[in-house]
Design a binder for this molecule. Structure first.
Ligand code: BG6
Ligand code: MG
Length: 212
């Protein structure tokens, strides 16, 4: 039996994946680097520094730690500025309904997000209080695809890993949840999420009964 659902945030409950993409695109543009939607898709779920490293590798750019920090900080400023516009209206269709349906089923619900900005995003969406636990980018050392973040969330809920379901839009997030021994639900195209146990095109289409 399943006891808990751990939700990824960016790209699952709200479309901040688009804001992350725009932040990196603006930085890349200023630096004269190549950056496109295909690369942005691969960066879903990937931590801030790991994302920068992949963009640099793609462009054959090397730099010292100080310079990398400045670039990462700059992208984060663009992202945080964009969050000013975020409100409860930006919850994806069916997202809050799904969280509430899980709770009605007696399932514990948590957030497992790579983002260090997750608390701010939850706050702006007005859903912080819905979750019994929030594991974000500050919670663990090793980012997705390592299982650590989801194991941290399960631990906070006091639920065994094999009794947790993870809802993810990122390939790296499904990898992390599989590594944690959890049931995985992918939200998005099969090319990206074909390795998840269950897959739906959108959050609104997630069939909780089928998963349980
Ligand atoms: C993930 C996003 O949720 O968080 C990634 O999918 C992002 O695109 C990562 O890079 C880290 O976010 P932040 O807010 O800590 O830079
Ligand atoms: Mg995501």
């Amino acid at each position: 039996r399943l006891d808990a659902v751990i939700f990824d945030l960016d790209g699952v409950l709200t479309d901040t994946a688009e804001f992350h993409e725009r932040g990196w695109a603006r930085l890349a543009d200023e630096q004269g680097w190549h950056f496109d939607s295909a690369l942005a898709d691969e960066l879903r779920g990937v931590s801030r520094m790991d994302s920068l490293e992949r963009i640099l590798a793609e462009n054959g750019v090397t730099a010292d730690v100080e310079q990398k920090r400045e670039w990462a900080d700059r992208k984060n400023r663009y992202y945080v500025d964009a969050l000013d516009e975020l409100s409860p209206a930006d919850l994806l269709p069916g997202a809050l309904e799904l969280v509430l349906a899980c709770k009605d089923e007696g399932l514990a619900v948590a957030i497992g997000s790579s983002s260090r900005n997750a608390p701010m995003v939850l706050d702006r969406l007005g859903i912080t209080d819905q979750f019994a636990a929030v594991s974000d980018g500050n919670a663990v050392e090793r980012a997705k695809p390592a299982p650590d973040l989801f194991l941290h969330a399960a631990d906070q809920l006091g639920v065994a890993a094999e009794r947790c379901v993870v809802v993810e839009d990122a390939a790296s997030g499904v990898d992390a949840a599989l590594a944690a021994g959890m049931v995985t639900v992918g939200v998005g195209p099969a090319e990206r999420l074909g390795h998840a146990h269950h897959r739906f095109d959108t959050v609104a289409e997630i069939d909780l009964d089928r998963i349980l």
